[in-house]
Design a protein around this ligand. Structure first.
Ligand code: 3PG
Length: 402
């Protein structure tokens, strides 16, 4: 694919797909990471004299105009972070959007309203795509976190316009390739989370690519129970035992080592500061539940991390939102961060929960790379082809007329 290094944007209208789908609570933006991470691309284009027209979805309005899903407050936040004029237009298509684009001068930025206010966006409708395409001479996609959606502004535009990857997209793709495609070995994957069923494709894909898989979170309970080990009242999926056993056999055949917890933090209640104790796996009382990995497991993982060159991390090791069951996730995150800072380990992390967990541990900025993506990062780890990326690669060769 082509990057901004291959584009001369001076005096041109550049249609930039960003992912400004930031978390908002009570009308306030609670995390500006996605805005912050797309800003270098906006500034670079504007500094080079482009007219930058920003497109994004926000939330899931399902083709309707939903006022509290407007991008207006996000455009305002964007303006406070760049040294360029930022305008906002309350529709992304139609005559008003077109005149707003016409008024734009070199080095200025225009944010257009939520693309998902139109059904054509998610339908990847040709007519809607053409209306968007009219705004620009070039298309730059910087929304890796929306690349798993084959929508008009992610996939459609790239098929019909000369297209380029933005700086964030470029960084995400380079990090992902350093993680699984051409990693420094040995490489490990730390996979946590509640359910095996939601991570099956992911595990299946990484087994053939990594040397070690650490399994944590309630998912690990399913693996333990599948081996006939009692996990008391812990969350686990009885209908996934057969699958879990198959995964273990497959891993062995592929020379990949699976590491499961050897001890656990257990409690009788699932609430903050519930009385808890540590016990060995195999000794979980029938009325207790596993809510975190125990200290021996943490030591085991930490020791193994020192033998790795690359770590891909998706999912917490325990119920990290509820102290004290965040201890294992925090300890391992800190250990991985230290090794990363010492230049001994390359750590690539992603997925909504994972990023919150790393932030909770205070080390999100001490990993080699933390993806801005949730679902797209997961789908990529599952080995799926992301439509927004596939088309960018094709687009370097061929632009189809609308
Ligand atoms: C995300 O937050 O993962 C992306 O912005 C995609 O959002 P979606 O799941 O609503 O398509």
């Amino acid at each position: 694919f082509r990057t901004l290094d291959h584009l001369s944007p001076a005096g041109k209208r550049v249609l930039l797909r960003a992912d400004l789908n930031v978390p908002v609570r009570d009308g306030r933006i609670t995390d500006t990471t996605r805005i912050d991470r797309v800003i270098p691309t906006i500034i670079e284009l504007a500094d080079k004299g482009a007219q930058v027209i920003v497109l994004s979805h926000f939330d899931r309005p399902k083709g309707q105009v939903v006022p509290h899903m407007s991008l207006a407050p996000i455009a305002e936040m964007l303006e406070s972070k760049v040294q360029h004029r930022v305008y906002f237009q309350n529709s992304c298509i139609g005559p008003e959007a077109e005149s707003a684009v016409d008024r734009l001068r070199d080095g200025e930025v225009l944010v257009l309203e939520n693309t998902r206010f139109h059904a054509g966006e998610e339908a990847n409708d040709a007519e809607f795509t053409a209306m968007l395409a009219r705004h620009g001479d070039f298309f730059v996609n910087d929304a890796f976190s929306a690349a798993h959606r084959a929508h008009a502004s992610t996939e459609g535009l790239a098929r019909h316009m000369p297209s380029f990857a933005g700086r964030l997209m470029e960084a995400e793709l380079n990090a992902l390739s350093a993680a699984l495609e051409l990693p420094d070995r040995p490489v490990g994957a730390l996979i946590g989370g509640a359910k095996v069923s939601t991570k099956l494709d992911l595990i299946g894909n990484v087994l053939g690519k990594v040397d070690t898989v650490f399994i944590g979170g309630a998912m690990a309970n399913t693996f333990l129970a599948a081996e006939g080990i009692s996990v008391g009242k812990s969350l686990q999926e009885a209908d996934m035992h057969e699958t879990a056993r198959r995964i273990v056999v497959e891993a062995r055949e592929k020379g990949c080592e699976i590491i499961l917890p050897v001890d656990a933090v257990i409690a009788r209640e699932f609430r903050e500061n519930a009385p808890s104790e540590v016990c060995l796996i195999g000794e979980v009382p029938p009325d207790a539940m596993i809510l975190d990995a125990g200290p021996r497991t943490v030591e085991l993982i930490e020791a193994r991390l020192t033998q790795l060159k690359t770590l891909v991390w998706n999912g917490p090791l325990g119920a990290f939102e509820i102290p004290p069951f965040d201890a294992a996730t925090v300890a391992v995150a800190k250990a991985a961060a230290s090794l990363t800072q010492e230049g001994k380990l390359k750590t690539i992390a992603g997925g909504g929960d994972t990023v919150s967990a790393l932030r909770h541990a205070g080390v999100a900025d001490r990993m080699s790379y933390v993806s801005t993506a949730g679902g797209a990062f997961l789908e990529w780890l599952e080995g799926k082809i992301l439509p927004g990326i596939a088309v960018l690669t094709d687009a370097a060769q061929h632009v189809a007329p609308l």
